[in-house]
Design a protein around this ligand. Structure first.
Ligand code: ADP
Ligand code: ADP
Ligand code: ADP
Length: 214
């Protein structure tokens, strides 16, 4: 499958993506995770991205599109398709993505929107725990790890993202509504959009994603 997951921070994109990867043997490309990994490796791209991310800005479209294109071309896990998460974030990014994918002959097939009201997202984001190396996420109350503060799979420590606080969330949500939500209409026009009520428990959300894709 070739699809994008759309939704505000905390909607459950990172939680549902592994289900999609397993079901469709596709790769999961989270641009936030990819940028944080570039920063951790202290690459040139990472150094440039860090400055922008620290100020709450958006990394340039050119960098983002090239990063995705590279991964689609070189990551063998992407040969059967891809799940994009965190990209596109703006209408111009959606247009550039379409152009890049058309050039490769691999157009998008689906855009699934995870819909959650803002007031539910504060609790999700402030309780979120992350395993940085894999991008796996847990929740202090809603999805606790088997052992306190360590990853179930690797036993490595979990962290809280520095931007996962109520204040930063407010800004990210405002940015989402202003810049990202308009891409929903963009994909409605091309006929590949479907919406899912993502305020329900994770297993129910997964059932509805599958239904919406069939
Ligand atoms: P996103 O990738 O969209 O920002 P995550 O998948 O990281 O969101 O989820 C944000 C937080 O909410 C995580 O701590 C996750 O465990 C939790 N979460 C995800 N889906 C649900 C759900 N359906 N119900 C309750 N909590 C959820
Ligand atoms: P299903 O489990 O849905 O019946 P298959 O096992 O028949 O799917 O595989 C479907 C496609 O995915 C095939 O092209 C296969 O080569 C590929 N594939 C299967 N497992 C994996 C995997 N773990 N990683 C990447 N591609 C895989
Ligand atoms: P969020 O949980 O707020 O959706 P992400 O983990 O997706 O955050 O992204 C973290 C940061 O990485 C963003 O605030 C932004 O600076 C940068 N970033 C991620 N994806 C993109 C993108 N598609 N375009 C530009 N910048 C991006």
């Amino acid at each position: 499958i070739r699809m994008v997951l759309i939704g505000p921070p905390g909607a459950g994109k990172g939680t549902q993506a592994p289900n999609l990867v397993e079901k469709f043997h596709a790769c999961h490309l989270s641009t936030g995770d990819m940028l944080r990994s570039q920063i951790a490796k202290n690459t040139e791209l990472g150094q440039e991205a860090k400055k922008i991310m620290d100020q709450g800005g958006l990394v340039s479209d050119e960098i983002m599109v090239n990063m995705i294109k590279d991964e689609l071309t070189n990551n063998p896990a992407c040969k059967n398709g891809f799940i994009l998460d965190g990209f596109p974030r703006t209408i111009p990014q959606a247009e550039k993505l379409d152009q890049m994918l058309a050039e490769r002959g691999t157009p998008l097939q689906r855009a699934v929107e995870l819909q959650v009201d803002d007031d539910l997202l504060v609790a999700r984001i402030t309780g979120r725990l992350i395993h940085p190396a894999s991008g796996r996420s847990y929740h202090k109350l809603f999805n606790p790890p088997k052992v306190d503060m360590v990853d179930d799979v690797t036993g490595e420590p979990l962290i809280q993202r520095s931007d996962d606080n109520a204040d930063a969330l407010k800004k990210r949500l405002a940015g989402y509504h202003a810049q990202t939500e308009p891409i929903v209409d963009f994909y409605k026009k091309t006929g590949i959009w479907s919406g899912v009520d993502a305020s329900q428990p994770p297993a129910t959300v997964w059932d509805e994603i599958l239904k919406s894709l069939s």
